[in-house]
Design a protein around this ligand. Sequence first.
Ligand SMILES: Cc1cc2nc3c(=O)[nH]c(=O)nc-3n(C[C@H](O)[C@H](O)[C@H](O)COP(=O)(O)O)c2cc1C
Length: 407
Amino acid sequence: MKRCFSGKTVVLGVTGSIAAYKACEVASRLVECGAAVIPALTESACKLIGPATLEAITGRRAILGLWERGTASDMEHIAMARQADLFLVAPATANIIAKAANGIADDWISTTLLATRAPVLFAPAMNTNMYLHPATRDNIARLRRRGALFVGPGKGRLACGTEGEGRLVETDTILEAAAMALNPHKDLFGRTILITSGANHEPLDPVRYIGNRSTGRMGRAFAMAALSRGARVWVVRGPSTEPLPAAAQVTDVQTAREMYDAVMELVPRADVFIAAAAVADYRPETTHISKIKRGTDAFTLPLVPNPDIAAAVGGSRRPGQVLVGFAAETENVPANGAAKLRAKNLDLLIANRVGGARSAIGSDDCEAWLVHREREPDAYGVIPKTVLADRVLSEIARMLSAPRPGA
Ligand SMILES: Cc1cc2nc3c(=O)[nH]c(=O)nc-3n(C[C@H](O)[C@H](O)[C@H](O)COP(=O)(O)O)c2cc1C
């Protein structure tokens, strides 16, 4: 990751969230990675953390306002807007997001956000109701449409004592997203990456379905990372709670059979297929037209197998394609992953642990191994899904550029 930040200038905008103290860790890690970090704090941020801390960490004067005297230039916001390779707002309040979405420029950060042509990355942090408020949702959607990048927020315990969405994501995740935003080499430019994401809902009757706990977070991480490397991204998305970047072309499906049909139509034109969805292995034999009534007898539900999407793609692959599968395993994780890779004729497989405290499903990170055809698996340990996606895409880019037997 260091190579992404070395020699880069990152303006770090810190706004008035209770998570402002975490900006110190973000700044420190950026400096450690070789970035020149210019800290800028809003008035509210200064009430929550002291600029002196950020100055000590970054070795640079913190910018506190448009009208400060004694700066190198009275038009410092324009100079910094030009100088920045990345404008990172972490944490980003609902207020700065609203201002940026509406082009309001009434303090240093919001003014410089308008003036810069550098990539802009927001790491939101706020109370769940503030985050879920339609005004905030609209503002985020608007900024995304204009090309702004977002990392998080995550779910968890919030400082206001509630539990839910709105938590600043971990520093690692912010750094990974920042590295992607800065990524100067578009090593997947011109390539088409087809990703499946999310769960499947297999209907039982008009109101019930069999599903799984997949959130689509892994698929989203792949979509974001592939876009930042210049790829064209197609996502076949099953039910999912995660928003996808606006630049991805999305086909929404519910069932495994719908996912199979969409994938088989798109995959002949894709250079890479990444099977990140948690596909339902079985579906109810019968979908009842009317709601099944409660009874007193035991109820047996016959299930029939769904088509195996990864195996079908592996069986009809065209030369030069790179096919990547997933194995969610509770035990013998890399060994079971290797058997699956061979059985489905894939090139790479991400084996991750599910179940227990470190389950990959519904979490921001996972314990993963990258399984190869010809060599021993890479054990990644527990890593954020964003980092995992980036590492796997590096391997894919390498495979696409290297001549391969039979390719
Ligand atoms: C103790 C405290 C914590 C706050 N935490 C947050 C927060 O996490 N996220 C948020 O959007 N607003 C939060 N606010 C409200 C913002 O500080 C307020 O909307 C302010 O106008 C934001 O200004 P700024 O965006 O210019 O920094 C908090 C306010 C207080 C008093």
